[in-house]
Design a protein around this ligand. Structure first.
Ligand code: Q46
Ligand code: ZN
Ligand code: ZN
Length: 305
């Protein structure tokens, strides 16, 4: 297997792109891919301030490295969820994120859920009806709230997440199996700022998980390899495993599924139904001032009340 660009021994073969590359050309190719994705959607410019949600895993650290090398102004936000299983998942992942930022002299803000609210995700998952057996539902709510609040309070123009193509394809399959039209109408990797919600973008939307992992390894990034213990048995994982099987016999399945969906969206396949709810969304939480669809308190404030 030889690099298509220079003919030396390749380190990666990407069947989905019919492309084998050596280390140097793969790293360069990844940077160009992300630059193109950012430009395609006009996600952000070099003058704007970016806030990247960092988990300490391969995707967010690889994306941070790429955006930093491309000379975007990007700060990190790490949310310590207080998941203290036998591997001490939260503290271990926080350490990786801090080490990464220190090595490159980048700004990283740490939000510690237990210190700030008195409850970790593990506590909330067992204490609260919404979290019962579903820590991811409560975790998603907490992360969305905290990320939006930090981005706005600290004057960032855009919130960046490192969701990759495997994530997006799995979410899309789940939403399609349920015909969740409201989610299907907003599955783009770019959501403009609206009603107090900051602009959200996903520059890795065309990047296979395997590609971001290869990038992190080839750059010697010290990321946390463990997955969150709550991700086991999740539906998303089942969808991802299925996609990986399909990729074996039909390379490019994930990419076609998601990219063709984006084209269908552009052609008006799933009209935005949120407009019906705009008046409701436009309300402010009485406690924290963040946007909410319910009167009085937002779901985050209700959760802690
Ligand atoms: S961190 Fe949170 Fe994920 Fe863990 S509890 Fe679930 S949602 S799996 S990205
Ligand atoms: Zn090469
Ligand atoms: Zn609130």
């Amino acid at each position: 297997m030889r690099c298509r660009k220079c003919g030396v021994k390749a380190v990666i073969n990407m069947q989905q792109h019919r492309l084998s590359l050596c280390r140097e050309h793969f790293l360069d190719w990844m940077m160009r891919q992300i630059e193109n994705s950012v430009e395609n959607y006009k996600m952000f410019s070099k003058n704007e301030r970016l806030l990247l949600a960092v988990s300490g895993g391969k995707d967010s650290l690889a994306l941070w490295d790429i955006l930093w090398r491309l000379e975007y102004k990007v700060d990190g936000l790490y949310i310590n969820l207080g998941i203290d299983n036998e591997n001490n998942y939260s503290n271990q992942s926080q350490q990786r994120a801090q080490e990464f930022a220190e090595l490159r002299n980048l700004n990283l803000t740490i939000f510690n859920l237990k210190n700030e609210t008195g409850h970790s995700i593990t506590d909330l998952a067992s204490e609260n009806y919404r979290g019962q057996k579903k820590p991811c539902s409560v975790c998603g709510l907490v992360k969305r709230h905290v990320m939006n609040r930090y981005a706005i309070d600290k004057g960032h123009d855009v919130l960046v997440t490192a969701h990759n193509l495997d994530d997006e394809a799995a979410i899309l399959l789940s939403n399609t199996l349920n015909w969740s039209l409201s989610f299907l109408s907003r599955g783009q990797p770019y959501l403009p700022a609206k009603h107090g919600l900051v602009r959200k973008v996903k520059p890795f939307y065309k990047t296979y998980e395997r590609e971001s992992a290869a990038y992190a390894i080839l750059r010697n990034i010290n990321y946390i390899d463990d997955e969150c213990p709550f991700s086991k048995n999740s539906k998303q994982l089942i969808f991802k495993e299925n996609f990986n099987e399909w990729e074996e016999s039909m390379p490019g399945t994930k990419l076609r599924f998601y990219i063709n969906y984006l084209q269908a969206l552009d052609h008006g396949a799933f009209p935005d139904r949120q407009q019906d709810n705009e008046i409701l969304i436009n309300q402010q939480c009485q406690s924290c001032g963040q946007p909410t669809i319910s009167e009085g308190l937002c779901s985050y404030c209700r959760l802690f009340k």
